[in-house]
Design a protein around this ligand. Structure first.
Ligand code: 8X3
Length: 243
């Protein structure tokens, strides 16, 4: 039997790379997209997958990417991220624009490009990785929480719009996961990023990927709608127990 195809965005590192590994282990042919060609090629080689350059903020790049993938059963919208931790009073519009473009419009572009193939597969599945920032707000987080709320709204809308068609929609909402998420948020400031996870055992990218692969391997009639994941030591975006 031919392998089912899974497409993972933001697959050069973190949750995306781990998801590519877990889906490959679950028997999928994996197509990996990300901007950074070198790490992407390394992850793809390690899982026997196909690396294709993808910048979700560029409509032409998304179109070219989708054109190279003839069939798709599972799409994991993982690309995105945060920029800064500025209060609303100090908001930087460029950072807001990037966060909207990458998280919200990126998910829109990629999902729209793959929906016909997902439905045609007879058993399609869109997994969108949002965040606990998709249902909580916290000081300094507005640009990111606003984008994640919007990304979640877009994703959840699809569930109703495609009711009756052979496609499932799962939203995974992680809390603290130690990846390069915080390093990117803080413009490469590793010390500031480390402080986010200090004194607690955060989730790993593999913890989240394991759950994504679980959702993607349920029988076709089972839709895991929303899955919130946090480390045991985290109660909310702004409340964690630190040793
Ligand atoms: C990452 C979780 O709490 O930093 O999506 O927004 S948080």
């Amino acid at each position: 039997m031919n392998k089912r195809t899974a497409v993972v965005t933001g697959a050069s590192a973190g949750i995306g790379a781990a998801t590519a590994r877990h889906l490959a282990a679950a028997g999928f042919a994996v197509v990996l997209g990300a901007r950074r060609a070198e790490p992407l090629a390394e992850v793809a080689a390690a899982v026997g997958g196909t690396a294709i350059p993808l910048d979700v903020t560029d409509p032409a790049s998304v179109e070219a990417f989708a054109d190279r993938v003839p069939e798709c059963h599972v799409l994991v919208n993982n690309a995105g991220g945060a920029r800064g931790l500025d209060k609303v009073a100090d908001a930087d519009e460029e950072r807001w624009r990037w966060m909207y473009d990458a998280n919200v419009l990126g998910t829109l572009r990629v999902t729209r490009a793959f929906l016909p193939k997902l439905i045609k597969s007879g058993d399609g599945h869109v997994v969108t990785v949002t965040s606990i920032a998709a249902y909580e707000v916290y000081d300094g987080g507005s640009g990111y929480t606003a984008a994640k709320h919007a990304q979640s709204a877009l994703h959840r809308t699809l569930r109703g719009e495609h009711l009756g068609q052979p496609v499932r929609f799962t939203e995974v909402l992680p809390g603290m996961v130690e990846t390069d998420f915080s390093v990117n948020r803080f413009d490469g400031d590793a010390e500031r990023a480390d402080a986010v996870y200090r004194g607690i055992t955060p989730l790993t990218a593999d913890d989240v990927a394991d759950v994504i692969a679980f959702a993607a391997t349920r029988p076709a009639h089972v839709n895991l709608d929303q899955i919130v994941m946090k480390p045991r030591a985290q109660a909310s975006a702004s409340r964690a127990h630190r040793e």
